[in-house]
Design a protein around this ligand. Structure first.
Ligand SMILES: [Zn+2]
Ligand SMILES: [Zn+2]
Length: 137
């Protein structure tokens, strides 16, 4: 099994994973919108036992989600980047933020949830003027 790694924006929190990468899912719920500061969350299911935090100690924030279940969101205490989510309902798994992966090509979304809460601006229109890099590129 190849080793998978990831980190937060500032590099204080790093992680390593030695298992098979599970499927990813988009979540459009309001809590995910607020905690990511964006239109939706992309979470990748990893086995909790095979995930190691290799540096830093993520801070946790626990809240009852729209589903009615408790969820703890773990983030970097230095830069605030969301790292992963855990929940008592899924004791064997954590849901790692897709954007923390060092190799984003490993992320394979196969479902989306809470589409009833999705914002109208989450779809990127194909005819929107686009630039390959920066705004002036
Ligand atoms: Zn950080
Ligand atoms: Zn959500």
């Amino acid at each position: 099994m190849s080793e998978v790694t990831g980190r937060c924006l500032c590099g204080h929190v790093t992680w390593r994973y030695d298992g098979a990468v599970g499927p990813a899912s988009y979540c459009h719920c309001e809590d995910c919108r607020r905690c990511t500061g964006s239109a939706f969350n992309v979470g990748v299911r990893l086995r909790r036992a095979d995930l190691r935090i290799t540096s830093g100690v993520p801070k946790g924030f626990t809240k009852r989600a729209d589903s009615g279940r408790e969820l703890t969101r773990h983030f970097c205490p230095e830069c605030g980047s969301p790292i992963f989510t855990s929940a008592p309902k899924h004791p064997d798994h954590v849901f790692v933020k897709a954007g923390t992966f060092d190799d984003p090509a490993l992320v394979r979304p196969d479902r989306q949830s809470w589409v009833a809460s999705a914002v109208v601006w989450h779809r990127i229109a194909p005819d929107l003027p686009s630039s390959a890099k920066g705004a002036d590129a």
